[in-house]
Design a protein around this ligand. Structure first.
Ligand code: 5AD
Ligand code: SF4
Length: 469
């Protein structure tokens, strides 16, 4: 068993970073410095941005929602699909005039995209006005890197090729609200043939159970009601730990924590969805009746080429077992269309699986070749127009099913955890059911942060409306 990766970072290194936090604090004292972080990609990235924000708060920066007011602009990037990358380049390029107006402005780029070979040197070449570039493996070294960037005219670049240890104790500035995220494991071992994540996030490393449990306990004490456990494949949590302790054990331990009413997790890989996990979900009163189970394709041929290590029969069996034990569970998924070699027949198999499983909703993606992944080198890349056409067809099938499922909720009453007033619907509150459906509803008093019962009066395709009862 490899112990190295789960060892906490040394106290010395933590002390060093804390010293940089103190030094920056002194440097910017009374200057009212503000930061603005732009985040692309998944919840893991959003949560990393909460850590960056936590470190910045400790340094004395405050947040601004206005780009123009910021003394520090950070791009936390994603490279899962090409369009996310193009957006970053466009938005960084657009900051050149800001930098000319305010030479003291610090512009930084970090995250998954920077872990790709050549990305950092490309940035340095193409956007020499960028001050700071770092990757995912050295997020905790941000205070030192920022210190260097403030004090240097050169672009500071630090990308580590290998994932290091898990760093605990990084301050986190979470959005105030009812729901919090916590990462339970980092990295991925699966190497799905289309996916860049294992190359930029490294191998699977699980946090120690006690660190997670302590954090969730603190969240409960701080008033959070819901926690979402994050990892690229949470189902394989614990497999790299020294003592036998796995994801179902973690769920059952978190279930006992006072104050936390709901537990969610994402993402699950079908090949690792065990009988024990299904049982733990069914037995725990706090684990919500929602499973995000990416299928990616409904064709056995394509699943094999994707290196997913399950087939449609196995996937359907899993769905049956889950629904047997948790009858009202909401099931959502990720689907890619236009994987190399995908024929009309393969695509029809995907549509067929969508009809059979009847997902509550689905994230649907056009296959995007990622340099360095096996799929990007496969012959028979699919024409863009065909990909777009298939995406439209898939989305329309899924929308119909989502609407039908939501319509069946009409007149029924659901528990909703209230996030606050709705941003789009005047005088309505907004929250989520245990199945993760967004509900806007009317209430006669302020029910923010509470769990209330809402009767559905107007089901729509993506949201529901109701009244509190
Ligand atoms: N092209 C398109 N979609 C992708 N995903 C991952 N890699 C790619 C790619 N190269 C999708 C998968 C995954 C989700 C987070 O992003 O569906 O589950
Ligand atoms: Fe990517 Fe597959 Fe790992 Fe998910 S399980 S992060 S799709 S390699």
């Amino acid at each position: 068993m490899n112990n190295r990766k789960t060892v906490k970072i040394s106290n010395e290194e933590i002390d060093q970073q804390i010293q940089y936090v103190v030094d920056i604090n002194k440097m910017i004292k009374n200057k009212g410095f503000k930061y603005h972080i732009i985040t692309y990609g998944c919840q893991m990235n959003v949560h990393d941005s909460e850590k960056l924000a936590g470190m910045l708060s400790a340094m004395g920066y405050t947040e601004t929602s206005e780009l123009e007011d910021a003394d520090l602009i950070l791009f936390n990037t994603c490279c899962v699909r090409e369009n996310a990358e193009n957006k970053v380049y466009g938005n960084v390029g657009a900051l050149y005039p800001n930098k000319q107006r305010n030479p003291n402005l610090i512009i930084g780029i970090c995250g998954c995209m920077m872990q790709q070979s050549d990305a950092a040197s490309y940035i340095a070449r193409k956007f020499p006005f960028v001050d700071l570039v770092f990757g995912t493996h050295n997020l905790h070294r941000f205070p030192k890197l920022l210190f260097d960037a403030i004090n240097s005219k050169e672009t500071i670049i630090e990308i580590l090729d290998e994932e290091g240890r898990i760093v605990e104790d990084v301050p986190i500035k979470r959005n105030i609200g009812v729901s919090a995220w916590t990462t339970i494991m980092y990295g991925c071992n699966n190497f799905c043939s289309y996916c860049i994540v294992p190359y930029v996030r490294g191998r699977e490393r699980s946090r120690q159970p006690s660190d997670i449990i302590d954090e969730v306990r603190r969240l409960g004490q701080e008033g959070y009601k819901e926690v979402t456990l994050l990892g690229q494949n949470v189902n394989s949590y614990g497999k790299d730990l020294d003592n036998p302790y796995y994801f179902p054990n973690l769920l059952m331990d978190l279930d006992k924590i006072h104050g936390i009413e709901r537990i969610r997790f994402m993402t699950s890989h079908p090949k690792d969805l065990s009988e024990e996990l299904i049982r733990a979900m069914a037995e725990s009163s706090k684990v919500c009746e929602h499973l995000h189970l990416p299928i990616q394709s409904g064709s056995n041929r394509i699943l094999k080429a994707m290196n997913r290590r399950y087939n449609r029969e196995k996937y359907l069996e899993l769905i049956d077992r889950v629904r047997e034990q948790i009858p009202d569970i909401a099931i959502t998924t990720d689907i890619i269309v236009g994987f190399p070699g995908e024929t009309e027949e393969d695509f029809a198999d995907t549509l067929d699986m969508v009809e059979r499983v009847r997902y509550d909703s689905a994230f649907t993606f056009i296959y995007s070749p990622r340099s360095g992944t096996p799929a990007s080198k496969m012959s028979e890349q699919i024409d863009d127009n065909i990909k777009k056409e298939r995406l439209q067809i898939l989305m329309s099938v899924q929308d119909r099913i989502s609407k039908e499922i939501n319509e069946a909720m009409y007149g029924k009453t659901y528990e909703v955890l209230v996030e606050g007033l709705s941003k789009n619907k005047e005088d309505m509150y907004t929250g989520r059911t245990r199945g993760n459906k967004l509900v806007n509803f009317t209430a006669s008093e302020d029910v923010t942060g509470k769990i209330v019962k809402v009767k559905i009066t107007q089901p729509k395709t993506w949201t529901l409306e109701g009244i509190m009862v």
